[in-house]
Write a protein that binds this ligand. Structure first.
Ligand code: ZN
Length: 180
């Protein structure tokens, strides 16, 4: 099911997510919702807090590969950080040069509880770092240098979505329907 993506300002994006302990149907539904919402956006990655779920789960879809997911990720990073343009579905329209390690090995589990390892370079390495940060309540703007961060905060203030962090249902003033 497609879920509304939480925007910057929503406290769920600043809250560390809990490790998954039950590899059950509910978890598989979460992975499915994350995957559908990510592909619809479209985005190269989506973390559970971005759809309001405080669990350590993210999905990714880099290049033309099949979409994947990772649960309870642990990262091992390698190499000097490199800057490249990065954005986030929770900060629509913003992109800033963000330093990330060029190589990452992410270990964790799939939705059935089997151990998995993702070895990434370039965009995949960047993606797993960005998504794992989300699980710690960290956003890419936190990784920017001072100058870029100032520009980012200014862009956030000016963004049309700024100040509307929690998705709400807009009710037309002309509606005659009774809302219960
Ligand atoms: Zn993001």
């Amino acid at each position: 099911m497609l879920k509304p993506i939480r925007l910057f300002g929503d406290p769920v994006l600043r809250t560390a997510a809990e490790p998954v302990t039950d590899f059950d149907l509910e978890l598989r539904n979460l992975v499915r919702d994350l995957t559908e919402t990510m592909l619809d956006a479209p985005g190269v990655g989506l973390a559970a807090p971005q759809i309001g779920v405080g669990l350590r789960v993210f999905t990714y879809h880099v290049d033309e590969d099949e979409p994947g997911h990772l649960i309870n990720p642990v990262l091992k990073l390698d190499g000097e950080p490199e800057e490249d343009e990065e954005g986030c579905l929770s900060l629509p329209g913003l992109q800033f040069p963000t330093p990330r390690a060029p190589r990452a090995v992410a270990t964790g589990f799939n939705m059935y509880g089997d151990p998995v390892t993702i070895e990434g370079t370039e965009l995949l390495a960047r993606c797993v770092q960005h998504e794992t940060d989300h699980l710690d309540g960290v956003l890419f703007i936190d990784r920017l240098d001072r100058k870029q961060r100032k520009l980012a905060m200014k862009a956030i203030k000016e963004a049309e979505w700024s100040g509307y962090p929690v998705p709400s249902v807009k009710i037309s003033p002309h509606s005659t329907q009774h809302i219960s």
